[in-house]
Design a protein around this ligand. Structure first.
Ligand code: PLP
Length: 344
């Protein structure tokens, strides 16, 4: 893979902003008069570490990557947007994605004026690698694969994704926001085998921290260097960095939440399948389940009247009469199941 040929020429040539904390790398200083900060109100008076080194060093062993293979952003959404801004020339390049899938890939394409080509999954939510590859042309810079996929909930066989990775010369982004709920080997462990892969993870789902807005991208050092060049200098604030470090220190608690959610999923899926209004419960490798019901719009409104909000996916391609339901606590799940049993 020739990385330069995939990168927007203006980004390849970009001279990035150099902030005060980039220019001073020594360790001995104790008087900081270089960044026009206020000396009072410690610690939030100081600009945070622009490259979040401490947090990356804590994350690296957990994610089994090197710190230099990590980008951290203001949610995965920042990483998704950066992929367009780094690789896709507006009005010229295109990307290919599956349908249905996570909506932000298309929104960011539209914002960046990049053509978005989508290829339907098969009826049982499988991905046809040859169909994806046929949709590409000389101006295709990126293929998006979300696995486990949102909103369908299934992950794709590794073999199928490997086929895309080895047959396509551009960037393949694998969004593994839900991989902690799946039993498959995560793709971030294969960075050294694939120079064209970018893997996305997030603190928002399995790590129970959607409010701190922290997303991760894992890729080759060369690709991560491009992310660092284009991102806002202080894109992850101090409070988020500190909260994330504290969370990692309490990894055991996080892991117990994960076990609990998987156990609840095993309880909720069969229970949904027994309801007469449920036509189909699709298999889930995530912390949500897609179900096809008799009348999604009516059932959605009925649940709202009972104070329960699920995601109505009725208007999404191939998802007619489908609801996407997040796995909650035992009590929340039972409240949902109880309400559904009384729907007429
Ligand atoms: C929830 C989700 C994310 C997470 O986005 P953040 O901006 O990190 O909160 C990313 N990708 C998919 C497919 C998701 O469903």
């Amino acid at each position: 893979m020739d990385l330069q040929s995939l990168v927007r020429p203006n980004i390849w040539a970009l001279e990035p902003y150099s902030c005060a904390r980039d220019e001073f790398k020594g360790m001995e200083a104790h008087v900081f008069l270089d960044a026009n900060e206020n000396p009072y109100n410690n610690p939030v008076n100081r600009y945070p570490d622009p490259l979040q080194e401490k947090l990356k060093h804590r994350l690296a062993p957990i994610k089994q990557v090197r710190p230099s293979q990590i980008f951290l952003g203001n949610g995965s959404d920042e990483a998704i947007d950066l992929v367009y801004r780094i690789f896709c020339t507006p009005g010229q390049d295109n990307v290919v994605a599956i349908a249905p899938t996570y909506g932000m890939y298309k929104v960011c394409a539209d914002i960046n004026n990049v053509e978005y080509r989508s290829v339907s999954l098969t009826a049982n939510w499988q991905l046809d690698p040859q169909a994806l590859l046929r949709a590409t042309d000389a101006n295709t810079k990126v293929i998006w694969i979300c696995s486990p996929n949102n909103p369908t909930g299934n992950d794709f066989p590794r073999k199928v994704i490997h086929e895309v990775l080895t047959s396509f010369d551009g960037i393949v982004v694998i969004d593994e926001a839900y991989s902690d709920f799946s039993m498959q080997v995560p793709f971030r462990s294969m960075l050294d085998n694939y120079p064209n892969i970018i893997v996305l993870n997030t603190f928002s789902k399995a790590w129970a921290s959607a409010a701190i807005r922290l997303g991760m991208a894992f890729a080759s050092e060369d690709i991560i260097a491009l992310f660092n060049k284009v991102k806002y200098p202080y894109n992850v604030n101090l409070l988020t960095q500190e909260r994330a470090c504290a969370l990692i220190d309490d990894f055991a608690t996080m892991d117990s939440w994960l076990v609990q959610i998987r156990r609840e999923r095993d309880h909720v899926l069969p229970a949904l399948g027994e309801l007469s209004i449920v036509k189909e419960v699709f298999p889930s490798d995530a912390n949500f389940v897609l179900v096809r019901v008799t009348d999604a719009n009516r059932i959605y409104r009925y649940l709202v009247e009972h104070g329960i909000v699920v995601r109505n996916r009725h208007n999404v391609q191939l998802c007619a009469n489908c609801l996407r339901i997040t796995i909650g606590t035992r009590q929340e799940n039972n409240e949902l199941l109880g309400a559904l049993r009384f729907f007429k």
